[in-house]
Write a protein that binds this ligand. Structure first.
Ligand SMILES: Cc1cc2nc3c(=O)[nH]c(=O)nc-3n(C[C@H](O)[C@H](O)[C@H](O)COP(=O)(O)OP(=O)(O)OC[C@H]3O[C@@H](n4cnc5c(N)ncnc54)[C@H](O)[C@@H]3O)c2cc1C
Length: 403
């Protein structure tokens, strides 16, 4: 038998980064908040993030670090609750952290400290958290929202959808937000896996296994000539794996890549190569020995072999071949077969269309009291802590806008 209905100011579905943070803020603003999640363990994505150390924000987060059909959408939320604001909170909890690379901040000890912080903020705000709970139905009923679970009906003026994106279904990801949006005639931008390794049908090199494990700084770009989501260009490390290409460079580019398009990679810096190729002492060296001054020898040999230059003295290499080598090393273009999919993706590109939401509050324009926050919205951060910052910022503005 169903228990009697319970009434709250706000019901939040999804106790991940955005839901937990929003719940804590709303609770501390005096709202009576219920947070529901279907998973047996909550905050799992936070726990596994950043290799277990959670890259919880980025000192440099700005609108330029996000992909969305509307690149201006993030501006209001990330300025009202910025990375500096989240850093202050982390410092208040005495969580030791360090900066790794270009503003990326990680916990010194464990990502679990961020989960504890969020749970503690919820406790201060008297948030009621229930999990695992299976949400059976969401009903828009006059001025309130009804959420039906197997045991009970919950009622609130505000319903916040924070059920995340599609990556890693094994730890609880679902398409709940997208299905609900569609049912309510709220437009959805078709989702695709992002921050994900790229796969190739035929080996990019003679035998991929010989090169697996090589990590090398490259310049990479994807998404040229596209209107929406634009063009991504990054200088990061690329990792060759048995299955294809990965590492920060490729993960970043994958967010901009779409099926059928190439990715472009410069394996070496053109001006450094000019210096090496034009040095007097280079004339008597083999092509691979020159290349090996800038890239690992295994790759140097592979590229030389592809142009039939293996063992050739640089002085004997024709201008035509030299140009071909530059094309290969600096303008390398390759078409991936696909990505490694939702199980290996860190985030989702696409989601609830921002044109249906108010950027200052995250409220659905046609549904007073209904909010979408975090990854389920068509806002995707670059690698480097920007995705969590979006979860905190969107959760914060939503909490302040509850009716
Ligand atoms: C391996 C990995 C590493 C990552 N590392 C980083 C990093 O270091 N830095 C960074 O910024 N970002 C990182 N990310 C991305 C980041 O984890 C997400 O962007 C962020 O968690 C999104 O927050 P969210 O609250 O929107 O969704 P989530 O944190 O995914 O939370 C969604 C919650 O909703 C629940 N839920 C789903 N469906 C239902 C349903 N039907 N009913 C009830 N509850 C439901 C889920 O159980 C989950 O608890 C990483 C992602 C992965 C996969």
């Amino acid at each position: 038998m169903l228990k009697e209905s319970a009434v709250f100011d706000a019901i939040i579905l999804g106790a991940g980064a955005a839901g937990l943070f929003c719940a804590g803020v709303a609770g501390q603003l005096g709202k009576k908040v219920l947070l529901l999640d279907h998973a047996k363990i909550i905050g799992e994505k936070i726990r596994i993030s950043g290799g277990g150390r959670c890259n919880f924000t980025n000192r440099q987060t700005g609108p330029q670090h996000f992909l969305s059909m509307n690149p201006h959408f993030v501006k209001s939320a990330i300025s009202r609750f910025s990375s500096a604001d989240f850093i202050k909170l982390v410092e208040r909890y005495d969580i030791a952290f360090h900066e790794k690379h270009r503003g990326q901040l990680f916990c010194d000890v464990s990502a679990k400290q961020i989960i504890e912080l969020l749970l503690s903020e919820c406790e201060i705000g008297n948030v009621e958290i229930k999990y695992p709970v299976s949400v059976q139905e969401v009903i828009a009923s006059q001025d309130v929202w009804e959420v039906c679970t197997q045991e009970q009906k919950f009622i609130a003026k505000n319903l916040i959808i924070a059920t995340g994106g599609l990556p890693v279904p094994a730890i609880g990801a679902t398409d709940f937000a997208l299905t609900l949006a569609k049912r309510l005639n709220i437009p959805v931008v078709t989702p695709r896996a992002a921050l994900v390794p790229l796969s190739f049908t035929s080996g990019i090199f003679s035998t991929m296994d010989d090169f697996a494990g090589i990590s090398i700084p490259v310049s990479i770009s994807a998404g040229k000539n596209r209107v929406h989501y634009g063009h991504g260009h990054f200088q990061e490390d690329l990792l060759i794996t048995h299955k294809g290409l990965s590492g920060p460079a490729v993960l970043q580019a994958s967010s901009f890549w779409q099926e059928g398009e190439p990715v472009n990679i410069s394996w070496i810096d053109e001006s450094l190569w000019d210096q090496v190729a034009n040095a007097e002492e280079s004339r008597k060296k083999s092509t691979e020995a020159l290349l090996a001054q800038l890239i690992p020898m295994r790759l140097a040999k592979e590229f030389s072999e592809q142009l039939d230059l293996l063992g050739k003295n640089w002085a004997e290499v024709s201008q035509k071949k030299r140009q071909q080598l530059i094309d290969l090393l600096i303008h390398w273009s390759v078409k991936p077969a696909g990505t490694l999919g939702w199980n290996k993706a860190e985030v989702m590109v696409g989601g609830v269309d921002t044109k249906a939401l108010d950027s200052k509050t995250m409220m659905a324009k046609n549904y007073p009291g209904l909010f979408f926050i975090g990854e389920c919205v068509d806002v995707t951060g670059h690698l480097g802590g920007h995705n969590f910052q979006w979860a905190w910022s969107s959760g914060y503005v939503c909490a302040h806008a509850l009716i």
